[in-house]
Design a protein around this ligand. Structure first.
Ligand code: MG
Length: 159
């Protein structure tokens, strides 16, 4: 086996009414969604940062500035594909990944399998190497008040 590198990513997006809610490439039915320059897929953003972090390639803001019109409203799946290209240039692919989403509502359980399937396809690793978990914060803090969504991602990159 070649070298392995671990990376972690973290992101938060604010919640507002009337916006789409994208998580892990899947649209979650909700009358509220994420405020963002892109499509607001906070989970994919955290995953991108984990991959970039594993390879010491900076962060998502460096590669895709939120001041750039090129990335306005962009599908975050495209950002992830670009990050995976950067990893591939360094000879790395995703070994496995693990994502934790903290969101008060709606319940994400019915959507988790679709999220895993979506990420598995983009990242190009088997379904059993793609973990997506969801939790509430027991109504505590900004997540608990429904003001935002917080996501942590950990990834192992293999050469
Ligand atoms: Mg973000």
């Amino acid at each position: 086996m070649g070298r392995v590198r671990i990376g972690q990513g973290y992101d938060v997006h604010k919640i507002a009414e009337g916006l789409p809610m994208w998580l892990c490439g899947v649209q979650v039915p909700s009358d509220r969604g994420f405020v963002a320059h892109s499509d607001g897929d906070v989970a994919i953003h955290a995953l991108c940062d984990a991959i970039l972090g594993a390879l010491s390639l900076g962060d998502i803001g460096k590669h895709f500035p939120d001041t750039s019109p090129e990335f306005k409203g962009i599908d975050s799946k495209l950002l992830l594909a670009r990050v995976l290209d950067l990893a591939r240039e360094q000879g790395y692919h995703v070994g496995n990944l693990d994502i934790t989403i903290a969101l008060q509502a709606p319940k994400l359980r019915p959507h988790i399998d679709r999220m895993r399937a979506c990420l598995s396809e983009i990242v190009g690793c088997p379904l059993d190497c793609v973990s997506v978990k969801a939790t509430t914060t027991e109504r505590l803090g900004f997540v608990g008040r429904g003001e935002g969504c917080e996501v942590w991602a950990v990834v192992l990159m293999e050469q």
